[in-house]
Ligand binder design. Structure first.
Ligand code: HEC
Length: 121
């Protein structure tokens, strides 16, 4: 191996190392369980973008039914009910609050311990 190639490889290795270090924290926020992420992105996100409150009402009912553990997530139903009430009124701000309330309260534990729970259906 020539010296030039070797130093090139070392630089590359360092580059990858630094890159990985950078990607780490940025991706920590995207540790979403794939099945849940897929379901939310294919169902809830488009309905919300389209302002389809009738559909959101139904979807929030499905999320409510998919609570994997009442004891770990005692307010799960309440957050969904808030979202359903907001959808009935067509109140986008209140709806957003219900999404965020559940995510903020439960995302961490969910990602740690319930990643394999079946998504809503
Ligand atoms: C009762 C709880 C609950 C409610 C209400 C809820 N979600 Fe979620 N959502 C989850 C869980 C659990 C996950 C999977 C864990 C995670 O956040 O990575 C998730 C994941 C997501 C994701 C994929 C992860 C991400 O952040 O990219 C999106 C997008 C999402 N939800 C959108 C919404 C929207 C929009 C609403 C409101 C209309 C909503 N959710 C309401 C529980 C909820």
């Amino acid at each position: 191996m020539t010296k030039a190639i070797r130093s090139g490889l070392v630089a590359l290795a360092i580059g990858i190392g630094v890159g990985a270090a950078w990607v780490g924290p940025a991706q920590a926020g995207d540790d979403s369980p794939p099945a849940w992420k897929k379901w939310m992105k294919e169902n809830v996100v488009p309905a919300k973008a389209a302002g389809d409150f009738k559909k959101l009402e139904v979807l929030l009912g499905k999320i409510a039914a998919a609570n994997p553990d009442d004891k770990a997530f005692p307010k799960w139903q309440e957050f969904c009910d808030q979202g359903i009430a907001a959808s009935k009124k067509g109140d986008k701000d209140a709806l957003n609050k219900s999404c965020t309330a559940c995510h903020n309260a439960y995302r961490k534990v969910f990602r740690e311990k319930y990643r394999d729970a079946p998504p809503p259906k």
